[in-house]
Design a protein around this ligand. Sequence first.
Ligand code: MIC
Ligand code: SF4
Length: 639
Amino acid sequence: MAENLTRRIIKSHLVSGDMVAGSEIALKIDQTLTQDATGTMAYLQFESIGIPKAKTELSVSYVDHSCLQVGFRNADDHRFLQTVARKHGIYFSRPGNGICHQLHMERFGVPGKTLLGSDSHTPHGGSLGMLAMGAGGLDIALAMAGKPFHVKMPKVVNVRLTGTLKPYVATKDIILELLRRCSVKGGVGKVFEYSGPGVEALTVPQRATICNMGAELGLTTSVFPSDEQTRHFLKAESREECFVELKTGEGFDYDEIIEIDLNTLEPLVAQPHMPDRVVPVTDLKEMKVNQVWVGSCTNANYHDMVNIAKILKGKQVHPDVSFSVSIASRQVLHMLTEEGWLNDIVDAGARILELTCGPCGGAGQSPCSGGISVRTNNRNFEGRSGTKDAKVYLVSPETAAMTALKGTLSTAEEASEQLRDYQEPKRYHIDDRMIIPPAEDGSEAEVIKGPNIKGLPEFSELQDSVTGEAVIKVEDNISTDHIIPALPEIVAYRSNIPAISEYAFSGIDASFASRCKEKQGGFIIAGKNYGQGSSREHAALAPKYLGIKAVIAVSFARIHSQNLANFGIMPLEFKNEADYGRINEGDVLEIKDLLNCLDKNTIKIKNVTKGEEYPLIHHLSEYQITSIKAGSILKLAAK
Ligand code: MIC
Ligand code: SF4
């Protein structure tokens, strides 16, 4: 049978490696994107490689995450990003223009291209038939320097959609259904490629919601065909010349098939504190709610906003609910204003926020103590909203809007009539004035760094024998939000590694950083799926700075294990899962003959306190082993 779309894109970008699932391949990257919170490190790293101009077809730097600007630090980061972009051939999207993934889909994404972004929701671009992947900032820096991206060849799963969604059921419910079936670990090492008659009716922004939240399945990425919907969208964005037809589904070969009959889907909700704790909304229909937020890269597009306006029109938000809305881009805001939808939203009592990520990572709108918050974003990890004991539920915009009116969790079934007749615009409003192109010749451009922007830390070479305490032991599904929270007071130090390191594990173990300093680092012991969630490499850089030598886990999430290896921390797994239970926090551990055993994959760790030894394994490529031995990939790249 013929090769599926994912494999076709991989084949046309393959620099080295065999296209055998699980083995490492190196891919040419056509486009990159960064956002401000991960971008500062990415560009500091790019600068340190010493290449004058980005070598990609297109690189864009967005500012959307930290725009609260309490104090000088965020604003200094923005100025650094703008000046460094000008110098090195990178487009700069100004704060206020919107959220990176929405903007990239609107203005830059091209079917069949590869996109690498320093944000885990970069797979959003799969909605246009791109192979769009999230990675750490260092991988983006390397891609901008013209180096290929190293990743494990994924298995390709065909997700076949049949039937039609009911008017009050959204594409958010499709991805929630997949999370219910497959779990947050179910997509590791895989790409989900969508096809079937149910796909034909879905617009590009609707597809984007599915691709975006595929990150929560642990997928390498998700991809939709490039078809008539894609042509329509690109034409409406005045970019029809970018269209190429790319087919998926019947006639192509897949490793697995998943079928969803859209007729049978009902509105779903992910319960605290995991995106896969999914149940039907009707199971929780009496639940009183304190806060509702419609926003984020997942669900704040034109279609989402028009639908909530239809539900809210002429009604008032429940007096016990704080309801806020963040629109994903200026294009969408302009159209909602021009067409009057914004009035329906404002008149119903919505609090309109800036066009940024905002509450998604806890930058404002934290719920009240013990509050129930219903949100349209993609992650509900404990504490991410900024209120430790809040409970965050993830739903579609339609469910969110009806919930805001009722004060209790509710589907939008009673608004079916209004929701039935949605029309995708023939023309989107286009205004690229908030996107600043780079200088023709950037050699004279000045890069301005504020006092909070510190240099990169030193990365020393790996020693043949390492010893230290198990400084922390954590359970399954620890997210990067647990390791380095995304709260604004902490994001302000994203370009200052010594300062941000003080916050490592601060949400779950306030003395972690001081213990590490006292004991000169050591080991992190973890359960399954360690490091799920974001691409933030600070979750590796901070432990590295604090002297962590290895993370020994039952299993890892892809981006985080890649980030650990990039910065010289060994991501090692227990060969026998039961050994996880045998190590206690505070046990003294030792690995000997490391350099040799790393090559042969025969590492053993001695528990000196208990007098026991446990075999470990790794899934590192030769390239990663070289990087770990050197202390960081950056050292190799600079050479
Ligand atoms: C997230 O949604 O967790 C973030 C904040 O966008 C992160 C990036 C970051 O930490 O800066 C992500 O998804 O990679
Ligand atoms: Fe921003 Fe949230 Fe999307 Fe991350 S998931 S890019 S914080 S809106």
